[in-house]
Ligand binder design. Structure first.
Ligand code: BG6
Length: 495
């Protein structure tokens, strides 16, 4: 009654944080490529230029009150000694993929999640022909995975969009992107037919509300722009699912999820927690049920927000529901409605009204480890959608210390052990159909929120600092050996 024999154990990565090689192979720039580095509580910035040749930077990335580039500005690279863009080198997977995939295979991986940089295939997002060098690169990556019996899980859009589409159309605000995306996805289905069985359309689709530039390439993001972009991504996802079924793959969107607890048994706290959870579940409600839930329609009506649907769109949403539901999960959140308890901004997600959980330990970035979050999440999602589930991201960032040629990362092992035990309980005791577990950032890479290397997630260490300086040598950590044992025992040996 444990994990199924074909359970996908493995790890997850994303091009914008891992791949590098931004100026190689004919790739075009993406929105991630104009995001500077940051640090804990030092926001990443988007650089831009103005028609008069001047430039500036603005914290448009996460949880920022800034939602607009200055009038007439375009997001662009600038050449200045104080500006550093971490995606350009990242962990240099572009040149190390054979070595990394071999190390993952030796760890026992059954699956490796990789994202395709859309602008490596279509440099401007809507070019007439795809870039052959980009297709050939990913084809070889997937062939290398297959040569080790590793199933590639491919995210089509992970926190980056072609920069040109962002600047010309305000990203996903425009319906034009729907067909561009479907064309890009179909190009991948055709080219990688027989190599890639599972795709994910949009990473953490629900994070658009606090990261509209990062998720949807919005350089102007008021609530109506966000609602437009959301609808267009739903439509693109549904059309992509329909298109995929003419080929081989099964698809899902990725939901960023974490249980939300009310701080006290004050009913107001419980209601706030329920509503916060609905805020995330709206996205999976549409993608798994095929229509907008009443609570969202009521909210839009209250705010005067219009859904930019055209005749026929609702049928497409209903037809193109996902084949399974994948989610990322790092921990849980606690909400209070009591002003005296308030400590806004700590922990994962930084939602309004959030307080620290006195029962849980946190890492240096305030992210709490919740030993029950997997079981609670799996029950919540399965009871709501009755579909196969897949945890495609879960991990812990730490300031790892290299000792000799390894890292003694007991904290990471503890985190993983708690997560895997919690999943196991859900599978064994609650009968949840779980397809797999992918540890986030299996090879060290640049953190998304901070744009720094110092927040490491990997089981494989990469010798590079916050500025991409280092040998890029790969070294295995204690957690690598521990996970190897877990996978070999199909999750039975967690000691
Ligand atoms: C997820 C993202 O939200 O969290 C990843 O999908 C990201 O891209 C991960 O790296 C961890 O967040 P961070 O900010 O610590 O890198």
């Amino acid at each position: 009654m444990g994990f199924s024999t074909d359970f996908f154990w493995g790890g997850a990565t994303a091009a914008n944080q891992y791949e590098g090689g931004v100026f190689e192979g004919g790739a075009g720039l993406s929105t991630a490529d104009v995001m500077t580095n940051g640090a804990h509580k030092v926001p990443r910035q988007v650089t831009y230029t103005l028609p008069d040749g001047s430039w500036g930077k603005i914290p448009l990335c996460f949880h920022s009150p800034e939602r607009h580039l200055p009038e007439g500005a375009v997001a662009a690279l600038v050449d200045d000694k104080d500006i550093y863009y971490p995606s350009h080198i990242a962990s240099d997977f572009y040149h190390h993929y054979k070595e990394d995939i071999r190390l993952c295979a030796e760890e026992g991986f059954k699956c490796l999640r990789i994202s395709i940089k859309w602008s490596r295939i279509f440099p401007n997002g809507d070019d007439t022909e795809p870039n052959e060098e980009g297709l050939a690169f990913y084809e070889d990556v997937f062939k290398t995975c297959r040569s080790y019996d590793i199933e590639p899980l491919v995210t089509l859009e992970h926190y980056e969009n072609p920069l040109s589409l962002a600047n010309r159309f305000n990203g996903w605000d425009s319906r034009y992107l729907v067909d561009c995306f479907v064309r890009y996805a179909t190009t991948c289905f055709e080219r990688f037919n027989g190599l890639v069985r599972y795709y994910l359309t949009f990473n953490e689709i629900n994070c658009i509300e606090y990261a509209p530039f990062v998720t949807a390439g919005l350089i102007h993001a008021d609530e109506q722009n966000i609602a437009n972009a959301t609808f267009h991504q739903f439509l693109a996802s549904a059309k992509t699912v329909i298109a995929a079924h003419n080929f081989w793959p099964d698809l899902s969107v990725v939901l960023a999820f974490g249980p939300v607890y009310g701080f006290s048994c004050d009913p107001a706290d419980q209601l706030a927690a329920l509503k916060a959870q609905d805020r995330a579940l709206f996205y999976s409600d549409v993608q798994m049920r095929g229509y907008y839930p009443n609570y969202k329609l009521a909210e839009y009506e209250r705010k005067g927000i219009k859904i930019p649907a055209l005749p026929g769109d609702w049928d497409i949403l209903a037809e193109g529901i996902c084949d399974f539901l994948s989610f990322s999960l790092y921990g849980s959140q606690v909400l209070t409605t009591n002003a005296e308890e308030l400590e806004v901004g700590s922990g994962n997600g930084g939602a309004e009204g959030m307080v620290a959980n006195p029962y849980l330990k946190t890492n240096a970035w305030g992210w709490a480890t919740d030993p029950d979050c997997q079981r609670i999440t799996l029950n919540t999602l399965f009871n709501r959608y009755q579909c196969p589930l897949w945890c495609v991201e879960s991990g812990i960032g730490w300031k790892d210390e290299l000792v000799g040629d390894t890292v003694h990362d007991d904290y990471r092992i503890d985190y993983m052990r708690a997560n895997i035990q919690s999943m196991k309980d859900a599978v064994e005791q609650d009968g949840i159909p779980l397809m797999g577990y992918l540890y986030w950032g299996c090879v060290d890479m640049v953190s998304n929120g901070e744009g720094e290397m110092a927040k490491r997630y990997g089981q494989i260490y990469v010798d590079a600092d916050n500025y991409g300086q280092g040998t890029m040598k790969r070294l295995v950590k204690d957690s690598y050996r521990w996970y190897q044992k877990v996978i070999a025992s199909n999750g039975e040996d967690l000691d």
